[in-house]
Design a protein around this ligand. Structure first.
Ligand SMILES: C[S@@+](CC[C@H](N)C(=O)[O-])C[C@H]1O[C@@H](n2cnc3c(N)ncnc32)[C@H](O)[C@@H]1O
Length: 178
C-alpha cells in the first residue's frame, strides 16, 4: 500500500502505538483511525472544532480526550507522551519554534513526532508564488501559510528528521529530538 489522497490519515496514525498527543485535531477526522494507541490526548484551539472532535472521540474504541489549547502551550505533563501527531497544523500555528519546544517537553525519551504537512514548494517559481500569495491566503484561511519551511525549521531546532515521503508540497515525516 502507498500513501494517497484517500488513505493518508490511516497511513499517518493507524499503526502508532502508546500514548499519543494529537495537536490541532480540528473536528477529529483522525481520531477513529488510531488502531494501536493505548490512549489519545487531542488539543484544538477552535472551540467549535473541539466540540466536534469531542463527539468523534465519544465514538472511538480507545480512550480519547479533547481539550481546548494551542500547541505553543500544551496542557500536558512533561515526558508523558510516546508520540505526537500533527496533520496540516504547522502551516497555521502562530509560533512553530515555541510549538516544537512544547512538543519536545511533553515527549518521553525516544518519543516521536509524526507529521503530514504542506510546506514551501521546492521549485523556485512555485516558492516565489507561495510567498506572494501567503499574506492574502493566511487572512482568509485561518493563518494557513503556503510557504512554511517546516522541515528546515525542525532541523534548525535540533530535531532528527526522517522524510518518509514527499508528494508535491506535502511531506510525511518522523522527527526525534536530538
Ligand atoms: C487544516 S486544519 C487541520 C485539522 C486536523 N489536524 C486535520 O487533519 O483534519 C488546521 C488546524 O490547526 C489548528 N490550529 C491552528 N493554530 C493552532 C495552534 N497554534 N495550535 C494547535 N492547533 C492550531 C486549527 O484550529 C485547525 O483545527
Amino acid at each position: 500500500m502507498s500513501i494517497s489522497v484517500w488513505n493518508w490519515r490511516e497511513w499517518l496514525v493507524g499503526e502508532i502505538p502508546g500514548v499519543v498527543l494529537e495537536i490541532g485535531a480540528g473536528s477529529g477526522a483522525n481520531l477513529s483511525r488510531y488502531r494501536r494507541a493505548a490512549r489519545v490526548f487531542a488539543i484544538e484551539p477552535d472551540a467549535a472544532s473541539a466540540q466536534q472532535a469531542q463527539v468523534a472521540a465519544a465514538h472511538c474504541a480507545l480512550p480519547v480526550s479533547v481539550k481546548i489549547a494551542v500547541a505553543e502551550h500544551l496542557p500536558i505533563a512533561s515526558a508523558s507522551i510516546d508520540h505526537v501527531v500533527s496533520s496540516l497544523v504547522f502551516c497555521s500555528v502562530q509560533d512553530q519554534r515555541q510549538a516544537l519546544r512544547e512538543i519536545r517537553r511533553v515527549l518521553r525519551p525516544n518519543g516521536v513526532l509524526s507529521m503530514i504537512e504542506h510546506v514551501r514548494p521546492q521549485t523556485s517559481a512555485l516558492a516565489i508564488a507561495a510567498d506572494a500569495v501567503t499574506p492574502y491566503w493566511q487572512r482568509i484561511a485561518h493563518n494557513c501559510h503556503l510557504n512554511r519551511p517546516t522541515v528546515e525549521v525542525l532541523r534548525g531546532e535540533k530535531w532528527d528528521v526522517r522524510v518518509l515521503q514527499r508528494r508535491g508540497v506535502f511531506v510525511h515525516l518522523e522527527a526525534r529530538p536530538i
